[in-house]
Design a protein around this ligand. Structure first.
Ligand SMILES: Cc1cc2nc3c(=O)[nH]c(=O)nc-3n(C[C@H](O)[C@H](O)[C@H](O)COP(=O)(O)OP(=O)(O)OC[C@H]3O[C@@H](n4cnc5c(N)ncnc54)[C@H](O)[C@@H]3O)c2cc1C
Length: 331
């Protein structure tokens, strides 16, 4: 019988968690995550009374494998459909947000709830930013602050492509594919409204040069009732203004938002901004995952396929399948 391999995973987003769960029966898996919590871009920001899903807004389930993997989460209401109206602005047309093939799901009571449920029972170190990788096939080490973790037989990078590319040693044979991948930035504005503006939609796509999306976070299931908005800048505008001071970005996005929704001076004053350097996928790797069985290094994530939660799951699930085949025949 093959011995259990020691597998290190960098990143506890949906991809890293999916892979860890897939490998748990044949590997000793440890995950290292730089943030305080799990979920990556399936993120939730908490303030005193409200929460904001400031990363992924929702996700769809189109593939049977994703659907099957989410059965328990759905039964436990860790994920729920997000209903209401989807507007297009400025013309104001309304359509159903969810329905048929395009049911839009969210974590419940917050977007990171699914990741939290998936993380149960896994060996995860948070607040653990991996700064460097050293070693050789079968004996990889991670540098995290002044400590060294390892050895690992296999290492998998489940971080956004540019961050994975920086960490992966030269021996990794797929640096070319990583370099071709392009990701977009996104600025996200979070506004707690002091009065309910009685907006006729749960979310809106906006045809504007600065902002592209508005959602009423409190329209999602199990969120606090207090009205609050999440506003995303367009990918192009975000890329073009990536290095601008956050205060300037915040001001420009607020000005743009006020073309569609009245925002009071006190609401504007308290609005928060978040910069996602790597938010969505402009040019995917075009392969479900990148695996090098000589160096025993691999990478997965949404950027392999498309900038969607489901794609991150499918990439990691496919890598898990391939890795298991290799591990099964290893001495
Ligand atoms: C603003 C925004 C809106 C979006 N809207 C949608 C949407 O509506 N629908 C949809 O399907 N998708 C949406 N997405 C995309 C979706 O969030 C992603 O496709 C998905 O969450 C990616 O999962 P992942 O596991 O591949 O990567 P991530 O979630 O990015 O996880 C990678 C993890 O690696 C960690 N990490 C990185 N570097 C290191 C390091 N050196 N050491 C340790 N840990 C590290 C990160 O902290 C992160 O937790 C959106 C994303 C953003 C940002």
């Amino acid at each position: 019988m093959a011995r259990r391999i020691r597998l290190g995973i960098v990143g506890a987003g949906i991809a890293g968690l999916t892979l860890a769960r897939a490998m748990a029966d044949c590997a000793d898996v440890r995950i290292f995550e730089k943030s305080r919590g799990v979920g990556g871009r399936m993120a939730t920001r908490r303030t005193d009374a409200v929460t904001f899903d400031h990363g992924a807004q929702y996700f769809t389930i189109r593939d049977g494998r994703f659907r099957a993997a989410l059965e328990t989460a759905q039964a436990d209401r860790v994920i729920e459909p997000w209903t209401g109206a989807l507007a297009t602005l400025p013309d104001g047309n309304l359509a159903a947000l969810s329905g048929g093939d395009t049911t839009r799901y969210v974590g419940s009571p917050s977007m990171n709830a699914l990741a939290k449920a998936m993380a149960a029972g896994l060996d995860i170190q948070t607040d653990a930013p991996v700064e460097a990788i050293s070693g050789t096939a079968g004996k990889w080490f991670l540098k995290i602050g002044d400590r060294r973790e390892g050895p690992f037989d296999w290492l998998v990078l489940a971080a956004p492509a540019p961050q994975s590319a920086l960490l992966l040693p030269d021996e990794f044979t797929h640096h070319g594919a990583l370099a071709k991948t392009r990701m977009n930035a996104c600025f996200t504005l979070m506004i707690r409204q002091t009065e309910d503006a009685k907006l006729p939609f749960a979310a809106a796509r906006v045809d504007d040069p600065v902002i592209g999306w508005i959602s009423r976070n409190n329209s999602k299931p199990e969120r606090p009732d207090d009205p609050c908005l999440v506003v995303n800048a367009t990918a192009k505008w975000s890329d073009d203004h990536l290095e601008e001071p956050l205060e300037d970005v915040r001001r420009t996005m607020l000005e743009a938002l006020q073309r569609y929704i009245p925002i009071s001076p006190s609401e504007a004053e308290a609005a928060n901004i978040h910069r996602w350097r790597y938010a969505n996928v402009d040019q995917p790797a075009g392969q479900a995952f990148l695996l090098d069985d000589v160096s025993q290094l691999a990478a997965c994530g949404d950027w392999c396929i498309a900038g969607r939660v489901e794609a991150a799951f499918l990439s990691a699930a496919a890598l898990g399948g391939a890795l298991k085949q290799i591990v099964k025949v290893a001495p």
